[in-house]
Ligand binder design. Sequence first.
Ligand code: NDP
Ligand code: MG
Length: 390
Amino acid sequence: MIIMKKILILGSTGSIGTSALELIRNNREEYQVVAISGNRNIELLKKQIEEFKPLAIYVGAEEEAIKIKNEYSFIEDIYFGENGLAELAKNSDYDIILTAVSGAIGIDATVEAIKREKRIALANKETMVSAGTYINRLLKEYPKAEIIPVDSEHSALFQSLQGFKKENVKKLIITASGGTFRGKNLEVLENVTVEEALKHPNWSMGKKITIDSSTLVNKGLEVIEAHELFNVPYDDIEVVVHPQSIIHSMVEYVDGSIIAQMGVPSMKTPILYAFSYPKKEFNASIDFLDLIKTKTLTFEEADRKVFKGIDLAYRAGRTGETMPTVFNAANEVAVELFMKKKIKFLDIYRIIEEAMDNHNLISLDTDEALSIIKEVDKETRRKVREQWER
Ligand code: NDP
Ligand code: MG
């Protein structure tokens, strides 16, 4: 007998959210969408509501939420505003929550899902970067809660760790496509445009993460995310540029074996794995890799002098405490300002570095850790805006 899994999707109108719904569309016997959330893209949200008939929804604006409730009689609960995502995660009836909103706004909903000991299919890496110390402490308090990574590198690491002993791991090797500007020097990068930065060679993703990929801040976020998810020291986490994006990451063991996870660059496989783990499941919407057509896999060192996003992240991660929160918050605002054409590409690194230089570290070894993280997040955003928003 198939037991239906009830799925809540935070960020259903985004790139990850729509991929998840495509998977579910192809397996309606096993998955039921109980709640979805959008923000600005009301048109798409309504299409999703009509197709999947969720019982609860979130949208940013209250008036939109009310209009939607009046339009669709099967919707029982609506959520909106600042605490709406967390309330949705706190009150809905679900088995798995896919966190696919972009940015640290996903923290509270993840916290609520952990407290209810749910499975969290975690795409929202900023939550793990900004609040990883607190999240890990909370996971110890609620041992039945589980986080299954959706970020492709972390899904690859998670899969490559299955069946082996953690103490036999030598290092985690995170692959990077190198982003849109791979091979470019600082003179070129000084004047690159938003439009150029938004053209990713291999992956089609939301705008924020596409900019993060072009600065390699995304890879930096992923190094911190890996440290928090797998509890591996920073010295044992390495980044390797692999332009084809076929190997999604690897684990090297003490006996010299490297276990890698490969596939086409599509987020459907990692989302599906987070839904079906520990099973591997077929889905008609999955694309399969043709190795003969793939032909070559190459590897090279990342240019960390030009793409400072990686080293800034290692620095934030090694410093620990509230520094990863600052790294993430400064980057989120910097990316937003870059997209609004208020700053230049390389200012993104300047903003992150300055925010970190000026931050007075606060210990998170306290019951107040979550409120400290939120305060530091807010304060970092305020300072960056004050200085750079013109
Ligand atoms: P998108 O920008 O495509 O989607 C973001 C989603 O969040 C949309 O549903 C959007 O709603 C919603 N949203 C945006 N702002 C708010 C807000 N203030 N309040 C509530 N909801 C909001 O992002 P992606 O799908 O690309 O990424 C989602 C997360 O997954 C990110 O953390 C990213 O780092 C991570 N990730 C993404 C990958 C990818 O391939 N895309 C790969 C690995 C990780 P609306 O559009 O309706 O405004
Ligand atoms: Mg990734």
